[in-house]
Design a protein around this ligand. Sequence first.
Ligand code: MGD
Ligand code: MGD
Ligand code: SF4
Ligand code: MO
Length: 745
Amino acid sequence: MTRTALRICPLCEATCGLVLTIDQDRVTHARGDRDDVFSAGFVCPKGASFGALDADPDRLTRPLVRRDGTLAEASWAEAFEAVAAGIGAVSGAHGGDAVGVVLGNPNVHTMAGALYPAQLIGALRTRSVFTASTLDQMPKHVSCGYLFGDPNAIPVPDLDRTDHLVLIGANPLVSNGSLATAADFPGKLKALRRRGGRLVVIDPNRTRTAAAADRHVAPRPGTDAALLFAMVQVLFAEELTDPGHLAPHLSGVAEVRDLAADFTPESVAAYCDVPAEDIRSLARELAAAERAAVYGRLGSTAVEFGTLASWLVDVLNVLTGNLDRPGGAMFPLAATARAPRPPRPGKGFTTGRWRSRVSGHPEVKGELPTAALAEEIDTPGEGRLRALIVVASNPVLSAPDGLRTDRALSGLDFMVSVDPYLNETSRQAHVVLPPPPPARSAHYDFAFSTLAVRNTVRYSPPAVPLASGAPDEPEILARLILAVLGQGGPEADPALVDGQAVSRRLGAETADPHSAVHGRDAEEVAALLGGRTGYERRLDMMLRLGPYGDGFGADPEGLTLAGLLDHPHGIDLGPLGPRLGAVLRTASGTVELAAPPVAADVPRLRAAVADGGDRRSLVLIGRRHLRSNNSWMHNVPVLTGGSNRCTAQLHPEDAARLGLVEGALARIKGDGGEITAPVEITDTLRRGVVCLPHGWGHDRTGTRLTAASREPGVNVNQLLDGSRLDPLSGTAVLNGFPIQVEAAG
Ligand SMILES: Nc1nc2c(c(=O)[nH]1)N[C@H]1C(S)=C(S)[C@@H](COP(=O)(O)OP(=O)(O)OC[C@H]3O[C@@H](n4cnc5c(=O)[nH]c(N)nc54)[C@H](O)[C@@H]3O)O[C@H]1N2
Ligand SMILES: Nc1nc2c(c(=O)[nH]1)N[C@H]1C(S)=C(S)[C@@H](COP(=O)(O)OP(=O)(O)OC[C@H]3O[C@@H](n4cnc5c(=O)[nH]c(N)nc54)[C@H](O)[C@@H]3O)O[C@H]1N2
Ligand code: SF4
Ligand SMILES: [Mo]
């Protein structure tokens, strides 16, 4: 007897609703849910392979504990006792900062990853926090922090209503969108063009997205900040700025004009390798469009001037009046966000409240650069990192210089990995705690609802019950928190962790005159919470205190978890609405266009433009594949093979000059080492650029990745040594760094 269950796909940011067919406890089929209020049936090959991924025989089902040097299966009780002893020994002798926390990308795709890490960091009292953000979008947080006073206030392109969309360093036809949660990005781009709108793509590679555009501009990698500055210069010089409704809310406009003054299209054309006339028309077309949105993604963030480029994206949105209006760049309002309060100035945004020990990198959003993780472990001296808790991260492949990271991890006193796989990183752990597969986990998109191009609310309870005795990931993280607090024994009650979060939030809300529960008794409110588990009670609390919530009775029609469960395909909350006033948290209460730390980085860009860049040297950029995801999806045979391979792509002219033919091996050298990869010649790339995907290099011993290790590929991040960072955000330069290439052997 088969049955079906609904499950939001956790495999990328598009958050599609799936219909799973389930036979016994096995997912035998997955298709798009046509009735899903957000995704309306869209699915991609990864979502369709949900069953294969869920049932991967290499997934760990029991914890592993290292004894006499080898990892062996153990009971959950033994594993948590080992964690309490291992972390306790390090933090007791060396303090909380000696224990690092590393949080990887899947944390934004799990409920556990949204709810528990802050409590874990609090329990450890550690400032040694490293996340995937500094391999990814941290520049956007920093630029929005300075512009709007809140690093999490990230505007998204209003895809359904815009007339003119400019995509910079983004390939949503493959990535399915990022920092802009939209199921069926391909359909939305088609609809844009069908209604007469224009799609502009700025990318050194003629990607699938670029090939579908009305205009494709291919600059030299890493030069976007100069190109965008030149667009700003044109807007001012040709009197095309028109902030309109935003005008009363802006400060720093004149400063931006002055900063942009010498970035004329002519002055940056050679550096960007884009004709000045093309830059001019990019600016004119943007200004002329009725409703336009500029959006930048990884090719604009994980680059040398990532924060400047991210900032200029929104400077363009502001100067053309497109921020916070329909069809422009807008702020979503998630159901689990705090209900809006009356506008008031905030404290503004700062970084550098502390610095990393070895290189002195400033803290950003409470984090240190992941590119500096290895040096914080392997550089001797006071304050060295001696233990790590790694949750859903594979820095040996995802971050610069995996060989050094690998060696550093092997020298730790103690390491825990919360990870379903024994992979390149978790193989160095002393304890591996495996979460259950996605079909056995509940799902709510805490992170992506704050980035979605339409407001909706959806929840999937677990589709399949947990295996007997196995905890879900929320319980694993709650028990981990208790273990680091010294409560590693079986009597420790994970409900305490959820209870603490609930009483903290309700304590603050009942004391807040603008809260729906102001003046009520926090315990009495807590007793009203619905939900079968701790994480469900927390979700119920957040929904009820949120902008659409019932306020625990204040609005009987409002949202609760129980009400949401009556809508298994989700509830549509409508298109995005203007809400800048509620978003702004700068000290001035305005959009601060020219924050001093951002302006102070402009001379570095000016110097790079003046220098012209080394045009003889080749630079490397990345690529993604529809059937892959970062470093952990190469172990599912239906998703690999065909075009999903780890090849070095080169332009035909570069290949000819280097004497490389299709399929030959190229030796590629960078700051951090060298790798050898088969050549794939393609004229989709611009000249001077080599393109390799990341997340490969599955050839280390001691892993359990049967399929991936048969076609291991090479680790592109070995070309980096961790020293190239965007200074304002600490984000690694993963795109547009210099390399040398020659024929191998
Ligand atoms: N050269 C280059 N490097 C890059 C990039 C690039 O474009 N080029 N992209 C960067 C970007 S954008 C990112 S986000 C990072 C990602 O880098 P990481 O944050 O390290 O993420 P992944 O490589 O996806 O590894 C995820 C880990 O989580 C585990 N996992 C999977 N599902 C779950 C789950 O449900 N729970 C738990 N606890 N674990 C789970 C996987 O087994 C794997 O070990 O890589 C970055 N690295
Ligand atoms: N299928 C699939 N989907 C994914 C992922 C995956 O691994 N596979 N990963 C997920 C994650 S973690 C993320 S963060 C998102 C990323 O989502 P996207 O940013 O949309 O994905 P990328 O393919 O990294 O696109 C970056 C683009 O920037 C271009 N680029 C490189 N350097 C430059 C430059 O200097 N300037 C400009 N203008 N462009 C440049 C590259 O050619 C590439 O096309 O994708 C998510 N979705
Ligand atoms: S687009 Fe993303 S969310 Fe949708 S099915 Fe594919 S992997 Fe899942
Ligand atoms: Mo990412």
